[in-house]
Write a protein that binds this ligand. Structure first.
Ligand code: NAD
Ligand code: MG
Length: 388
């Protein structure tokens, strides 16, 4: 039997983290867990570390170090805490690392994992949006295998002519349209966080669920796809497909279109990256085409979903714009979840932050963090000035 593959999960207590651990735990003879990380959920982290016999568990919030130590008492699992400990966990040399921290907060650890020159499965799209060029340069420099976990990007990866990108006529990124696909602007103005997190097809963490409701998620994904597949922006198209069974498509020069299809379960793309270049069994349900009955398609509505246009402009303008947009969006989504602003204010805050703040193009990680930080401050200040 071959040696178990060593794996690390950054963001082990989130939605993607749980799905990843579900697959790993079904195959503990094949995978050996090096490190698991979380932000504040000590119990969930310690339980997962014990179940998988991880070498190390890391909690990002340093004030929780003793709690983690207590929760791991009696086991030989190492405990560590703080931002540097996250980066150290990413540098323990696992063969495969799942990057599933949410937001730009994952950027440092992701880059550290990329610099190991092994395989990184990337779910954390915000880091690629804010620091795409830096991350892709590091992937090239260190000979890292970067595998996309986001279902659309994983679908494109499976259909893409990696050795002949000139064969691509068009990449069609599908979008469910989210819970407000048919909701009027007037009604959207009054929706609560509880309602906005209810995604029709996917079960996900709160932030990405709100991004799906504003369709900023699709904007972030366009930018993510641009960095991952390096084809001209005008070759990307966004298509609303409410059933979420076609996860995305690649059209070739001759008119052939390859699609990756399956039931909406993140364990399919995660399993694809975990076993790659082989395949593994996952518990994802087989798609029953007879029950599906129909597949619908429509163009996105840029008027009701202005976040989509903001993202398109941001990537067209390039430079610091995507990082500013992402930071403002993270702040605005958190404020909406806290009931401090309305649903439609999210895109307004992002737009106003982009209007006000135009820093120089970042050329280092420090530059990206400085832009991210200042954009958050500006977005927060703009929120204070919103009419009550
Ligand atoms: P989530 O909120 O459920 O989990 C986030 C994880 O990150 C948790 O383990 C949390 O402890 C950790 N975390 C949060 N803030 C942190 C911080 N400041 N420092 C260190 N760790 C921190 O999120 P999720 O839905 O699992 O999404 C994770 C990433 O994957 C996001 O970038 C998201 O866009 C992407 N993604 C998610 C899905 C999905 O189905 N959930 C699909 C595609 C892409
Ligand atoms: Mg997606």
């Amino acid at each position: 039997m071959s040696q178990p593959r060593t794996v690390t999960v950054l963001g082990a207590t989130g939605s993607i983290g749980h799905s990843t651990l579900d697959l790993i735990e079904r195959n503990l003879d094949k995978y050996q867990v090096v490190a698991l990380t979380a932000n504040r959920n000590v119990k969930d982290l310690a339980d997962a570390a014990k179940r998988t016999n991880a070498k190390r568990a890391v909690i990002a919030d340093p004030s929780l170090y003793n709690d983690l130590k207590d929760a791991l008492a009696g086991s030989s699992i190492e405990a560590s805490a703080g931002a540097d400990a996250l980066v150290e966990a990413a540098m323990m040399g696992a063969d495969w690392t799942m990057a599933a921290i949410i937001g730009c907060a994952g950027l440092k650890a992701n880059l550290a994992a990329i610099r190991q020159g092994k395989t990184v499965a990337l779910a954390n799209k915000e880091s690629l949006v804010s620091a795409g060029s830096l991350m892709i340069d590091a992937v090239k420099k260190h000979g890292t295998t970067l595998l996309p976990v986001d279902s659309e990007h994983n679908a494109i990866f499976q259909c893409f002519p990696h050795e002949n990108r000139e064969y691509v006529r068009r990449i069609i990124i599908t979008a469910s349209g989210g819970p407000f696909r048919k909701t009027s602007l007037a009604e959207m103005a009054t929706v609560t966080p509880e309602r906005a997190v209810q995604h029709p097809n996917w079960s996900m963490g709160a932030k990405i669920s709100i991004d799906s409701a504003t369709m900023m998620n699709k904007g972030l994904e366009l930018i993510e796809a641009y960095h991952l597949f390096r084809i001209p922006l005008e070759k990307f198209e966004i298509l609303v497909h409410p059933q979420s069974v076609i996860h995305s498509m690649v059209e070739y020069l001759d008119g052939s279109i390859l699609a990756q299809i399956g039931s909406p379960d993140m364990r399919t793309p995660i399993g694809h990256t975990l076993a790659w270049p082989k395949r593994m069994e996952t518990p994802s349900e087989s798609l029953d085409f007879t029950k599906l009955r129909q597949m619908d398609f429509e163009a996105p509505d840029y008027e009701r979903f202005p976040a989509l246009s903001l993202a398109m402009h941001a990537i067209k303008e390039g430079g610091p714009r995507p990082a500013v947009m992402n930071a403002a969006n993270e702040i605005a989504v958190a404020a909406f979840l806290d009931k401090k602003i309305g649903f439609l204010d999210i895109a307004k805050i992002v737009e106003k932050t982009l209007d006000r703040y135009t820093p120089a193009t970042p050329s280092s990680l420090e530059d990206v963090f400085a832009i991210d930080n200042e954009a958050r401050i500006q977005a927060a200040a703009l929120m204070e000035s919103l009419p009550a």
